[in-house]
Design a protein around this ligand. Structure first.
Ligand code: HEM
Ligand SMILES: [Ca+2]
Length: 409
């Protein structure tokens, strides 16, 4: 990433957004889901073994007899509209800015990967102790303002009840559904971390230039096997990737003086023309029209009839730099399938993606997912549930922040 970031002059400040997302019904959970039953009695998370106490909090935890488990519909009595508020907020934002919702999915990965799903990524630097969001791998994260908006909705509705960590996983699920991915049931009751982990964010988040063994090691150390790692990366079926994250593959890959040999040659030409002539018109298959910078709207949020709160869409940040749509061959090809088929053709955008075809086991899963979208969607649902429950904090650990950017002192 270091190398890549230094070449930002290559890229224009234009951005593009995908018009490929469709509004599909998520209410009630779609029957295409791998899960048709979402009651507490019949649904059990696949990730209970990751339900562990963090090192920093261990002493504190020992003072208590019992750490509460996550629950299905944790807010049913304390804030019954919570999940619906998150859902409708994300969907309304998505209607105006479809480029933004994939950012929420990325955000949850960057949170959960560093000390678990505890909203540590959302904290601003306070008192010079640093923040995860300022670490190098997190500098292109977006969506913090969206989480703030959703949080303020929830604070209006039920003050001090809904954690930022729960908002993150619920918003990411909505983003998956909006991108054509599967619905999956989620437990709630996460609490927020009282600290951020800027050093871990700097050194432990995967790089787009990582080779396969580094990637599988990072995931394995968090309990994700190769199949799960391959399915998680299917998240790269949606959203945008800026040229700076793969441009080194196009000419002088890792100092070799030649492009990355794993890159398909026609695809290489396309990427070069997009990244090095980034004023090219929107008619290219790799780009979409830029969203209007001046988009401003006021969205009423359901479902609370008493709520008069709105989301100010002009506050949604715009995306700088030239970016490629992940679904660069065209929309509507199904969440997952195109990504894996592209990898088999040497058309992965990131080196880290393409590397999935270089290992025997990972390549087997790439092939399986490329040819069976149902298998992928089922595995993706399961692995998102596992990721969302990874090393959570629950009462009496952690806290419920009032502002997702600040700890409660
Ligand atoms: C080896 C692991 C991974 C690496 C190195 C990686 C790296 C990246 C990079 C460099 C981008 C482009 C960001 C930009 O151009 O602004 C990106 C985008 C994205 N990543 Fe990953 N990623 C990884 C795994 C994941 C996982 C596990 C998920 C989710 C489960 C995920 C979700 C996303 C999404 C949705 C985007 C698009 C974001 C947007 O459009 O704003 N990534 N990733
Ligand atoms: Ca975290």
């Amino acid at each position: 990433i270091n190398k890549a970031s230094s070449s930002s002059s290559l890229y224009s400040s234009s951005s593009s957004y995908s018009s490929s997302y469709t509004e599909d019904s998520v209410d009630p959970p779609p029957s295409t889901s791998a899960f048709t039953t979402t009651t507490a009695s019949t649904f059990s998370s696949p990730s209970n073994i990751f339900y562990s106490v963090k090192k920093v909090d261990k002493k504190y935890a020992e003072a208590f007899d019992e750490i509460q488990p996550l629950q299905y519909d944790f807010y049913r009595d304390t804030c019954p509209g919570a999940e619906q508020i998150v859902r409708s907020s994300v969907r309304q934002i998505h209607q105006l800015r479809p480029d933004i919702s994939p950012a929420l999915l990325r955000l949850v990965f960057h949170d959960c990967f560093i000390e678990g799903c505890d909203a540590s990524v959302l904290l601003d630097d306070a008192g010079g102790s640093g923040s995860e969001k300022d670490s190098l791998p997190n500098q292109s994260l977006k969506g913090f303002d969206i989480i703030d908006m959703i949080k303020s909705q929830l604070e209006n509705e039920c003050p001090g009840i809904v954690s930022c960590a729960d908002i993150l996983v619920l918003a990411a699920r909505e983003s998956v559904v909006l991108a054509g991915g599967p619905f999956y049931p989620l437990h709630t009751g996460r609490r927020d971390s009282p600290v951020a982990y800027p050093d871990l964010a700097t050194y432990e988040l995967p790089s787009p230039l990582d080779d396969l063994s580094r990637t599988t090691d990072l995931f394995a150390s968090r309990g994700f096997d190769e199949r799960e790692t391959v399915s998680l990366l299917g998240a790269h079926s949606t959203g945008m990737i800026h040229c700076k994250f793969f441009h080194s593959r196009l000419n002088n890959f890792k100092g070799t003086g030649v492009p990355d040999s794993t890159l398909d040659s026609d695809f290489l030409d396309i990427l070069r023309s997009k990244c090095f002539n980034n004023q090219s018109s929107s008619s290219s298959p790799l780009s979409s029209p830029s969203p209007s910078a001046s988009t401003t709207a006021s969205l009423p949020l359901s479902p609370s009839p008493s709520s008069v709160s709105t989301i100010n869409v002009s506050a949604v940040s715009s995306i700088p730099d030239t970016a490629m749509k992940m679904d660069y061959e065209g929309p509507g090809r199904g969440f997952g399938t195109l990504y894996y088929r592209s990898l088999l053709q040497g058309k992965g955008l990131l080196f880290v993606d393409q590397q999935l075809t270089s290992g025997e086991e990972t390549e087997t899963w790439v092939r399986a997912y490329a040819s069976d979208v149902n298998l992928f969607q089922r595995d993706f649902a399961l692995v998102m549930m596992k990721l969302s429950d990874y090393r959570v904090l629950t009462a009496p650990m952690g806290q419920v922040r009032l502002d997702c950017r600040k700890v409660v002192i």
